[in-house]
Design a protein around this ligand. Structure first.
Ligand SMILES: *[C@@H]1O[C@H](CO)[C@@H](O)[C@H](O)[C@H]1NC(C)=O
Ligand SMILES: *[C@@H]1O[C@H](CO)[C@@H](O)[C@H](O)[C@H]1NC(C)=O
Ligand SMILES: *[C@@H]1O[C@H](CO)[C@@H](O)[C@H](O)[C@H]1NC(C)=O
Length: 303
């Protein structure tokens, strides 16, 4: 079995082709963008220490070095953030609470660069680093400022709760979740031109309706702004090989996209992504050179 895969991978690399099915249709765009790994927040840790210095520092870093054309007031953004969170019971911070903060940090984005992803965080980072023109939620000011942080306030108290915060799943209006939800929604609403969605074919429900992509971003995409939704399904080199463009939840995603009038393509054999995975794991059998793979062909038994 492994050999079959190796040869297939080799042939795909040699031919340099991807299976692409372009379709013009109505669409419900489903994006998968899972912003934070939920696992990260499932601990009982309290608000990240030094959160004010981190958030304000990241903000200055962003407007000074990352995107110097932005004219935003970092102190004001922090003030709006505190206003949203502090003094609220820690399960009672809604998207609405963050509205003013997001007004204070509005940003526009060039088209054709939006990258959405779900359950592919590590690979997404290397992909975005190599294909440099991609923008992910983490590249927005909000994403940049709040990435990996935890916070919650407490009722009738003027500060953050540094001793413990509820798990993300424990409440409906979690302060961290609500912020990411609004950030994701804004990001998806802005999306224009060709957008890319990176999904994990090694899990069941690569397109999960409960993920940030499936529950927020997909519904915020505008078929009049988005030209193509280009889906890329990627599995771990070692498998399991569960979902593809024509199997599993991705099919549902494509149907939603079509029904909402989006044009789309889908590939589960993207060469750049495979090469990136191989750079991280060059010894893996599916990364051996074609010459190597094919020389083993004689001993191959196809089961
Ligand atoms: C949650 O917020 C609403 C309105 O902001 C308020 O009426 C309610 O009392 C709050 N609940 C808790 C448990 O703090
Ligand atoms: C797919 O998801 C699994 C489980 O979360 C993870 O271990 C794996 O790294 C992901 N694969 C890719 C290619 O992102
Ligand atoms: C957008 O995607 C379509 C389909 O993949 C492709 O034909 C077209 O060249 C892309 N346009 C841009 C500007 O990337």
């Amino acid at each position: 079995m492994e050999n079959v895969r190796r040869i297939k991978a080799c042939l795909n690399m040699r031919l340099g082709h991807s299976r692409v099915s372009p379709f013009k249709a109505s669409v419900t765009a489903c994006f998968f963008m899972f912003l934070l790994c939920p696992g990260q927040l499932s601990t009982q840790l309290g608000t990240t220490a030094n959160i004010k210095h981190i958030v304000v520092g990241r903000c200055y870093n962003y407007i000074t070095l990352v995107n110097p054309s932005l004219r935003l007031d970092c102190e004001e953004i922090w003030r709006q953030f505190e206003e949203a969170v502090v003094g609220q019971s820690s399960c009672n911070v809604t998207v609405e609470h963050y509205r003013y903060m997001f007004y204070a940090m509005s940003q526009s984005w060039p088209c054709d660069r939006f990258l959405f992803w779900s359950k592919t965080r590590t690979l997404m980072h290397s992909y975005a680093a190599v294909v440099r023109h991609f923008w992910t939620l983490e590249d927005t000011l909000a994403g940049y400022m709040f990435n990996d942080l935890i916070w919650c306030g407490q009722e009738k108290d003027s500060g953050f709760d540094f001793s413990s915060c509820p798990e993300w799943s424990a409440c409906r209006n979690h302060p961290v979740y609500s912020l990411w939800r609004l950030a994701s929604q804004n990001f998806a609403e802005m999306a224009c031109g060709n957008i890319t969605v990176l999904l994990n074919g090694s899990i069941v429900n690569a397109f999960g309706r409960k993920s940030m992509f499936g529950s927020v971003e997909l519904d915020s995409l505008n078929p009049h702004r988005v030209n193509y939704v280009n889906i890329k399904v990627v599995t771990n080199l070692e498998g399991p090989f569960i979902e593809t463009c024509s199997e599993g939840s991705i099919v549902d995603l494509i149907q939603i996209l079509q029904s909402r009038g989006f044009r789309w393509t889908c590939t589960d054999k993207d060469q750049t992504l495979m090469i990136l995975q191989c750079i991280q794991n060059p010894q893996h059998s599916s990364c051996q050179t074609c010459a190597n793979s094919l020389s083993h062909r004689k001993g191959l038994t196809i089961k």
